[in-house]
Design a binder for this molecule. Sequence first.
Ligand code: NAD
Ligand code: MG
Length: 348
Amino acid sequence: MLRCVRLLPAAVVTRTFSRCCSSSYVARMRFMNKLKEDEGACLAALDSGDVFLYHTLAPLLRKTQQGGVQLPLLPAKDVEGILNRLGRDGRSMVKESVLITCTEQNHALFCLDVGELDQGAVEEACEGNFVDLRKAFFILRGEEAPLVARGQALLRWHQGNGFCSASGQPTTRNQAGSQRVCHSNGLVYYPKMSPVIITLVSDGKRCLLARQASFPRGMYSALAGFCDMGETMEETLRREVAEEVGLEVGAVRYSGSQHWPFPQSSFMVACHATVAPSNAQLDVDHAELEDARWFTLEEIRAALKARTPPRNPPDQPPTIWVPPAYAVAHRLIREWAEDQERHGDGKR
Ligand SMILES: NC(=O)c1ccc[n+]([C@@H]2O[C@H](COP(=O)([O-])OP(=O)(O)OC[C@H]3O[C@@H](n4cnc5c(N)ncnc54)[C@H](O)[C@@H]3O)[C@@H](O)[C@H]2O)c1
Ligand SMILES: [Mg+2]
């Protein structure tokens, strides 16, 4: 049914999303900025651009011939045709797409939620399946995961911000979907992220992982907590570790950051922190955490290799798994293991 479907080729992704210092990067950022401010330019970019789809915030993915999974990028004109064939006003629906990014050739990429249509009918027409975003993070290639995360976060934000919280009147989006305006009082709303500090605590030989009751079976992650109003990053980190496991951390080292689309878009700031081995006795707040434990390098190596929930037969020591490679928690845990292998007692 589709005329043409583009998959994100690895080479293009690398060139487009990794080279951040070239003049083409400047040109691309300025083009993106123009699309956010110029309604006509954005509409023209949509007409010649590609769209990836969601159904009730689950991204459409397609199996590849090599047995993997990819994010299909559909020409906007084809999406319009599919929606028309499914009995909708394709043009109007496609105009609801939200701008995500563009290539160095100024080819724009948008996303659209078709949740009002029959899921099976869209899947058949687009030769793919809508997959829960958390599952998608385990199976998508690295370059595609941030795109679906950003798309879902923006679509969710639009779905939840249709009315002005001051006037109660409907808000109107711009063509790019980068803001909403209340025309009764002029208030402009921008998509929001809540800052979260995520911390991997180490006592020098072991690292501390915890699980909430809502995590998938056997999954452990680094400690995380939302920033309170007015807190610095270090204050949040120290407070959350104290609240959740009763430890006072010493040195703190920044590692990286990431946008995380859950629960309503978080800005994750990831850090390593240390406690003295003599000060590593846990006092876990079981109202927040189902479990928190120290793990050895050997246990962490095994956890990093696991791709599915461990079976953990009762006659064997329990094993764990950790968040997918895309999650910044995974990065912190991998960094810790690599650091131990280089400098710690865990040398092979
Ligand atoms: N990307 C990753 O690697 C990764 C790993 C772990 C956690 N996370 C994210 O970090 C987030 C925070 O972790 P946590 O649940 O341990 O936080 P937390 O320890 O602060 O506890 C969550 C509670 O904080 C309160 N809260 C305060 N401000 C909030 C806000 N702006 N939004 C929602 N709740 C708020 C709520 O009562 C909520 O139940 C999680 O929602 C999860 O999505 C991401
Ligand atoms: Mg927490």
